[in-house]
Write a protein that binds this ligand. Structure first.
Ligand code: ADE
Ligand code: ZN
Length: 359
């Protein structure tokens, strides 16, 4: 596994202690940051689900936007996924994927996101007869438009659904190869328990041969052992979630030593009952252990907020987090992105300028 260098450290001239706490929420919203864990299908707001359902003649199981929103009372990951897949059933045409992604990019840009590495689940659509090319063309058109309109840099990461077979994942990857230049990597998502990373060793090896970057969800609901096998057997460069690593102190030490980024999603973790509330989240523990933590929104339309809300609400709930940690999380996200080193350096300079200007 390629290791990142040690955690980014701030320039000595930024006076974090001088930043008044009432200015922090605004800074959290404005500071340049990367979002590395966002499922584009999880950005479908109920209003857009209903308008696409009407446009496409799709019948939904809920009579209204309010009834759908009221169903967002999840007890675990699976209870969420059942509704998430039902919501995605309204996506049929290239324009639907474009509209969904543009709505996300507009909100992300308003939240200070300068770089988004966006997950998409082709199998959620191909299983309903939507060709993978329709999905990728729609999302790619939105990426280009987001760069033109908002200056937002983005890439796509193709995720395999782990509740399906590895053969299905292999077919999905091969079917997507005519659009190889439109995505930079592969990921692994959906129901974690009972579907360990080792089930997907061959398809991740194939992705590696193709020069694709590799990431995987692990240690969200599943055990710490899944984090280890994602690293060792799938050769991933980042772990999505990973919060359960603290159940294995030797794994925490290894993640810190290897500089493995974790894409942590606090509002998601509370909504899916990984933690009871934000004040009990283990983010301060992860950061204190020297881990390469980033904050992300996961499925913002379902979990109560986009990236800036994740930052603001989490910082409000956890007194250990202040301006220094805000800088660290933003710098971690920029450096853990798959953008080029010169581009990352430009964003880092903008980040430092935002903090100098806040003093
Ligand atoms: N697909 C969308 N969101 C997910 C999550 N939080 N975990 C696993 N699979 C997902
Ligand atoms: Zn996720």
């Amino acid at each position: 596994m390629s290791a990142l260098p040690s955690l980014p450290s701030p320039p000595a001239d930024i006076a974090f202690e001088a930043i008044e706490s009432h200015r922090l929420p605004d800074l959290l919203r404005r500071m340049p940051k990367a979002e590395l864990h966002i499922h584009i299908e999880g950005s479908l707001e109920p209003e857009l689900i209903f308008s696409l359902a009407e446009r496409n003649g799709v019948k939904l199981a809920w009579p209204s936007v309010q009834a759908l929103r009221a169903a967002y009372a999840f007890t675990d990951l699976q209870s969420f996924l059942d509704i998430y897949y039902a919501g995605a059933s309204v996506l049929l045409h290239e324009d639907d994927f474009f509209d969904m992604a543009m709505a996300y990019f507009e909100r992300a840009a308003a939240d200070g996101v300068v770089r988004a590495e966006v997950f998409f689940d082709p199998q959620t659509h191909t299983e309903r007869g939507v060709p993978v090319g329709v999905v990728i063309e729609g999302l790619s058109r939105a990426r280009r438009a987001a760069f033109d309109r908002f200056g937002l840099s983005s890439e796509l990461i193709l995720c395999f659904l782990r509740h399906l077979s590895e053969d299905a994942a292999l077919r999905t990857l091969e079917d997507a190869l005519p659009w190889r230049q439109h995505f930079i990597g592969v990921g692994l998502d959906s129901s974690e328990r009972g579907h360990p990373p080792e089930k997907f060793a061959r398809v991740f090896a194939r992705a590696g041969e193709l020069g694709l970057r590799r990431v995987a969800h692990a240690g969200e609901e599943g055990p710490a052992a899944y984090i280890r096998s994602a690293l060792d057997l799938l050769k991933v460069e980042r772990i999505d979630h990973g919060v359960r690593c603290t159940e294995d102190p030797s794994l925490v030490a290894e993640l810190a030593a290897r500089g493995v980024p974790l894409t942590v999603c606090p509002l998601s973790n509370v909504k899916l009952r990984v933690f009871d509330d934000l004040s009990g989240h283990n983010l301060p523990e992860l950061m204190a252990a020297g881990l390469w933590v980033t904050l992300n929104s996961d499925d913002p339309a379902y979990f109560g907020g986009y990236l800036a809300t994740n930052f603001v609400d989490t910082f409000a709930a956890l007194p250990a987090l202040g301006a220094r940690q805000a800088w660290q999380l933003a710098a971690n996200s920029l450096e853990a992105s798959f953008a080029s080193p010169p581009q990352r350096a430009l964003w880092r300079a903008d980040l430092d300028a935002a903090f100098r200007g806040a003093v």
